[in-house]
Design a protein around this ligand. Sequence first.
Ligand code: IPM
Ligand code: MG
Length: 359
Amino acid sequence: MARKVLVLPGDYIGPEIMEEAVKVLRAVDRRFALGIELEHGLLGGAAIDACGVPLPDETLAQAREADAILLGAVGGPKWDGVERHLRPERGLLAIRSELQLFGNLRPAILYPQLADASSLKPELVAGLDLLIVRELTGGIYFGEPRGIRTLENGEREGYNTYKYSESEIRRIGHLAFSLARKRDRRVCSVDKSNVLEATVLWREVMEEVARDYPDVELSHIYVDNAAMQLVMRPKQFDVMVTGNMFGDILSDAAAMLTGSIGMLPSASLDKDGRGMYEPCHGSAPDIAGQGKANPLATILSVAMMLRYTLGSAEAADTIEQAVSDVLDQGLRTPDIHSEGTRLVGTAEMGDAVLAAVSE
Ligand code: IPM
Ligand code: MG
């Protein structure tokens, strides 16, 4: 049966990294006879330019039809002037929400070849393999009411709503616990239950969910301490589960532990395992069009897509091994370059992975 993948390159470096990822996807499709059909669509700034909105109806229709979505990156200064509700990022939030992609998996894995590129001492990060499970369609990023209003005294006030329903907490909890079962069987739930009621409930529901997984250990940590522990002793964690905003922040910090945010893929899954796959990094306007962007996070996102949605662990393993091979060969884009390694551009890195998966 043909499987449809919707490709949304997005903005700035988005199309550059996507070109490399698509090359690799086509190669494994041929090699493993996966029957993948690709379709392209518009999201973010590219969609604003073409259709006036960041998530056109047509893109949403294509996305609903697809088994999986591969996304580059959206946004950038070109659209700074557009109205708040039409910003490129709104397109990203809207597609996550419309498709109910509540479960965001952000692995932080340190490739041993890159231990020197980490901002921490190699001994603190060697062997790091951490999975952040971020709730992606609720919490303060979506809570209503929200806005900027003018008070009676004429002063303006900005406000947002932090809320989580029991069922939202429960489904992200189950996802985290079931993923932990395939790993080191430890879940650390991150909250701010010393201050925020929404996360008092979060903690209670996590405890309830844990009862269904007696073989998995649950611990709790406040988000401020979690940030500190991440940069102090990151290897203590296996799976971290948290809400939308804390997950957004902690996953950027975790990413840097691995040397470069340019290495990290992500998956955003719905309850049936359909998903959208994207690198953790943004659209990097400062290096766009220069062939400097690291395509590996997007290529590794293809591997996650094959593993989690398209059911081809073999093809996923092949891509992950190929990435490790090109790092062994000493190839490095500028973000991970260090003395004694070979500086390459986006396309050269993509070609090297392509050669390694085609062997
Ligand atoms: C991310 C990004 C997005 C988010 C932005 C671009 C809306 O930072 O995927 O982490 O906050 O979720
Ligand atoms: Mg973020």
